[in-house]
Design a protein around this ligand. Structure first.
Ligand code: SF4
Length: 383
């Protein structure tokens, strides 16, 4: 199974309830930002720049829970900022789990070891560790040496304690997909349960614009990514991947991933801010959704991010015949838990196949990357 059964069951029940009630705009994943403060200053991060003036503000656990009850999403992505510097993160997770929700705690991984004892392993809770490449690349992206190693130690500790762990990689213009394949191969040997991918969004507040991609760049990058990464437990849906490869259109359904932070409900989406709303109802009912998305707002022109489009096949009326079967096949063809201790092939890539992504490819082997690959293998050995 690609995801824990509890997540699939929870989501299926939720979607069936919405269909019966005929609801059109509802959330799937609540993006909960209890704070925007972070111990890092990553190059592509819009949050620490956009919320510079309120960086020291944080929500109380009670405010977080009230917002969750307000929107009712079945999945909560706790992000920020760095959630593991939120003082009451343990209590917040406990309260959300008590509401039978599924959680992805998105972290740079540096404080997993320090705070691990505040959590209990369950199939409804994932540590989602952000890694943009192997050691050299990742430390460059986050602008600090040693972050990759700390994150890897955190992953090892979490896996040893029985937690579910996935990784999240942002793809930039300069991202080397072969390196991402090597990263996934390495993570699989640590028992990491899945790998997410999303193209970067060009935040207005990020000045380094040449790291971001056009739609055409995204198509090209993800055509390559699909071929190289299909052998891993990629937990980015096959329909969203078709969109990223340029094989189908999806409409933005930003209301499916609403963001709540110390300023309120961020509208229209996780990436752009035109207004903060006091209630979820106000965000849904008073946002002019028809003005946003590709071809409608210049800020949306090159946006293909997960929080805008991954849920679109379900929420956006772009459903095609065969999609349900495709998603089902994808869920059962995946495998949680990596292959801890498994031998990687000579170039660092494991030999297993089958994540259900449709590509034109017949071979899944990662091509050797020469000296660079050997350098990275040496890094694996040291770790
Ligand atoms: S396309 Fe959607 S998710 Fe992307 S920036 Fe526009 S409104 Fe936000």
């Amino acid at each position: 199974m690609r995801f824990p059964l509890s997540l699939t069951a929870n989501l299926t029940k939720y979607l069936a309830g919405k269909a019966i009630r005929g609801e059109k705009k509802f959330p799937l994943v609540m993006m909960l930002e209890p704070l925007h403060a972070c111990n890092l200053t990553c190059t592509g991060c819009g949050r620490i720049r956009e919320y510079k003036g309120t960086i020291n503000e944080m929500l109380t656990v009670e405010q977080c829970i009230a917002a969750l009850d307000d929107c009712g999403a079945p999945i909560v992505s706790i992000c920020g900022g760095e959630p593991l510097i939120y003082p009451e993160i343990g209590r917040l997770v406990k309260e959300i789990l008590a509401r039978k929700k599924n959680i992805y705690l998105c972290t740079n991984g540096m404080f997993i070891r320090k705070r691990l004892q505040e959590f209990k392993p369950t199939s409804r809770f994932f540590f989602n560790v952000h890694l943009d490449g192997l050691e050299k690349t990742h430390d460059l992206c986050v602008e600090r040496d040693g972050v990759f190693r700390d994150a890897i130690e955190g992953i090892k500790a979490a896996k040893a304690a029985g937690f579910l762990v996935c990784s999240n990689t942002t793809i930039y213009k300069e991202t080397d997909i072969e390196e991402v394949a090597e990263l996934f191969a390495f993570l699989r040997t640590l028992g990491v349960d899945g790998n997410m991918l999303s193209p970067a969004y060009s935040y207005a507040s990020v000045q380094t614009k040449d790291i971001f991609m056009s739609r055409e760049d995204v198509h090209e990058k993800f055509q390559r990514a699909s071929k190289l990464l299909e052998q891993f437990n990629v937990i980015t849906s096959p329909i969203y991947m078709e969109f990223l490869r340029g094989e189908r259109n999806l409409m933005c359904t930003a209301w499916g991933n609403p963001t709540y932070n110390p300023r309120g409900w961020k509208g229209p989406c996780y990436l752009m801010t035109d207004e903060h709303h006091k209630t979820f109802g106000d965000l849904i009912n008073n946002t002019p959704w028809e003005k946003y998305g590709y071809g409608r707002d210049p800020r949306c022109e090159n946006c293909m991010v997960q929080s805008g489009y991954e849920a679109s096949a379900v929420l956006g009326g772009n459903h095609k015949f065969g999609d349900t079967w495709k998603m089902l096949q994808w869920q059962v063809s995946g495998r949680l838990g990596g292959r801890k201790g498994a031998n990687a092939s000579s170039n660092g890539a494991p030999k297993q196949n089958g994540n259900g992504h449709k590509t034109n490819k017949t071979s899944t082997a990662v091509p050797a990357a020469g000296a660079q690959a050997r350098e990275k293998e040496e890094a694996f050995r040291i770790l």
